[in-house]
Design a protein around this ligand. Structure first.
Ligand code: SF4
Ligand code: SF4
Ligand code: SF4
Length: 273
């Protein structure tokens, strides 16, 4: 995997871009189309070689940037991603499904039972060989991400332009509350309502809170998240910890599974000492 070659005066050919969809509702791909003025500007800067949502043409053999929406739910998805990684200089994961496993990640718990419930005894062949849903970064290295469910169209354009023209801007690791406080909206906890901003990664500008809705955590867990303290805060405001844990799993099931597997492994090591 190499860094993408920036466009210069002596290297003016347009980067070839493909958009690939895995297990998803296609909502993030739709969001790409929702910012027409910026999209047309962007289309001028790239050669869009493949977009599953708008064309049934086959994927080309050569491309520079691969944009991937959706989570990995089959062995076939895994193989496709590995082929994509071999060819693309830059892989960008877009949307919660691709970045954290998202809502599809909830099926990683009791997968067989869930498949039975929906499909009965046998999964149709056309579904492929099902595996527990995982984010793209669980299978291949990912170079950049656009978070949330769905993605924000403007964020997508900004992020892709950073990839094309270069940027050393890092992504925030703060929790959403840090952004939300600056907006001077009243905290939902004062109204006895659960809000996942306590543990969610900032970056969306507290989009939902600004619209009067509690954060559901679609940007994924912040590296600064303190789950223990957040549970204590819920209790202090009369919100059941079970409600916090259930909502936390809507977008973060896969990451929480990884955390608990790591915690189990650490406990096992401690016990053996
Ligand atoms: S992140 Fe949300 S909008 Fe995007 S594909 Fe997944 S479910 Fe759909
Ligand atoms: S908990 Fe929610 S409403 Fe309260 S400050 Fe954090 S993001 Fe804002
Ligand atoms: S406020 Fe929360 S749920 Fe809404 S877009 Fe931001 S991270 Fe996602």
């Amino acid at each position: 995997m190499g860094a993408y070659t920036m466009i210069t005066e002596s290297n003016r050919c347009k980067p070839r871009v493909v958009v690939v969809g895995l297990a998803s509702c296609f909502g993030c791909q739709l969001q790409i189309t929702n910012d027409e003025p910026h999209l047309t500007e962007l289309l001028d800067q790239i050669d869009l070689e493949y977009w599953q949502l708008v064309s049934s043409d086959d994927m080309p053999e050569l491309y520079d940037v691969a944009i991937v929406e959706g989570s990995v739910t089959t062995r076939q998805n895994e193989e496709l991603l590995k082929r994509v990684r071999e060819k693309a200089a830059h892989v960008m994961a877009i949307g919660s499904c691709a970045v954290t496993g998202g809502v599809t990640g909830m099926a990683s718990d009791n997968l067989d039972e869930r498949i039975d419930h929906v499909y009965g005894a046998s999964l149709p062949k056309s579904c492929g060989e099902a595996i527990a849903p995982r984010p793209v970064s669980d299978v291949i290295a990912v170079d950049s991400v656009v978070r949330c469910c769905p993605i924000d169209s403007r964020d997508f354009v900004t992020q892709l332009q950073r990839v094309l023209f270069g940027s050393n801007r890092g992504q925030s690791q703060r929790t959403l509350c840090a952004d939300c406080k600056r907006n001077e909206t009243e905290c939902f906890y004062n109204q006895g309502k659960l809000c996942m901003g306590l543990v969610t990664r900032s970056g969306c500008g507290a989009r939902c809170v600004n619209l009067g809705r509690e954060c559901m955590g679609c940007a994924g867990l912040s590296e600064a998240a303190n789950l223990k303290a957040a549970r204590l805060a819920c209790s202090a405001y009369g919100i059941p910890v079970e409600a916090f844990d259930a909502t936390l799993r809507v977008f973060n099931q896969v990451e929480l599974d990884v955390h608990s597997a790591q915690a189990d492994a650490c406990e096992g090591q401690e016990a053996r000492r």
